[in-house]
Ligand binder design. Structure first.
Ligand code: NAP
Length: 283
């Protein structure tokens, strides 16, 4: 069965739209998300456009601040400081990657933690690992929602995550651990990767290599979540890290690219923005 992230995110966005109407009545204004886009990277432009469209659907006020790729690190930090101090701004997102002359870690740490809708601020990361209340990173949060939407039992299951990035692999491994899965994190130095992945009841793939996971790497009946976003070298279209055609018959549940994890990431960004807004309003 295909777990449809597009459908799930549409229904969650409809619920959030109704919630935002109520919140707007209650607090006298809608939540406000500010997205900073530095440069013209086509991938980043398209992600930012998607986020703004979703915010419009949900009724979240959203502002995209475009800055030239030549912006200095200090100018960007000053802009963030301004937005931190602006009481009408509830969420700040700096679209990554940033140009090489800007230190991403420094920029992320400069965002006020209560406005960090991406959940990338070091304090939010620490709180996640300490199991404290925090803003969860959008993609891992969306993956857990996808699994739960299909009533997939996570507790006690063998989960394997391929990829150990700070934004996907490691936090999703943590969330799966919190859901009581037994989790293995695999990466480029993992030996006998196929042997490891074949143990998985739940396989999450976040590598960034087109159709890397093939049917022989999957245990029959496994749940396969494909996070990858790649260009298919055969036809230029978007494709995942999992070879969908060959893996789909082997898996019990599988996600598609596009239409799987991607829409859930954006949906969770909307949820995080609403969460930050409500928390700020109740300070
Ligand atoms: P990343 O930072 O580049 O990390 C990739 C990970 O894959 C690394 O941990 C790397 O291992 C591992 N890897 C690379 N080659 C491997 C191999 N041959 N065997 C096993 N592991 C291997 O990427 P990311 O930011 O996590 O993103 C991963 C993919 O997800 C990308 O396609 C990205 O575009 C996509 N993505 C999608 C969404 C969404 O919303 N759909 C959100 C975020 C990212 P090492 O650590 O050993 O180098």
């Amino acid at each position: 069965m295909v777990i449809n992230g597009r459908e799930l995110s549409a229904s969650l966005k409809a619920q959030m739209a109704a919630q935002v109407v109520e919140l707007t009545k209650q607090y006298g204004r809608a939540p406000h998300l500010v997205v900073i886009l530095v440069g013209e990277d086509p991938g980043s432009v398209s992600y930012v456009t998607g986020k703004s469209k979703a915010a419009d659907e949900v009724g979240i006020r959203n502002t995209t601040l475009r800055r030239d790729a030549s912006i200095s690190e200090q100018e960007l930090l000053d802009l963030i400081a301004e937005l931190n101090a602006d009481d009408t701004v509830d969420g700040i997102l700096v679209q990554l990657p940033l140009p090489k002359h800007i230190d991403e870690d420094k920029v992320i740490a400069a965002i006020a933690v209560e406005k960090d809708v991406d959940g990338f601020h070091p304090l939010n990361v620490a709180r996640l690992w300490l199991k404290q209340s925090c803003v969860l990173p959008c993609t891992p949060k969306g993956i857990i929602k996808l699994l739960k939407s299909a009533d997939i039992e996570i507790s006690g299951k063998e989960a394997v995550v391929i990829g150990r990035s700070n934004i996907v692999g490691l936090p999703v491994a943590k969330l799966l651990t919190d859901e009581n899965a037994t989790v293995t994190v695999a990466h480029s130095r993992t030996r006998n990767l196929a042997e490891v992945t074949r143990r998985a009841d739940i396989l999450v793939v976040a590598i960034g290599k087109e159709r890397f996971v093939t049917a022989d790497m999957i245990k029959p009946g496994a749940v396969v979540i494909d996070v990858g976003v790649n260009r298919d070298s055969r036809n230029g279209k978007l494709c995942g890290d999992v070879d969908f055609e060959t893996c789909e018959p082997v898996a019990s549940y599988i996600t598609k690219v596009p239409g799987g994890v991607g829409p859930m990431t954006i949906c969770c960004l909307m949820e995080n923005t609403i969460e930050c807004f409500v928390k700020r309003m109740n300070r």
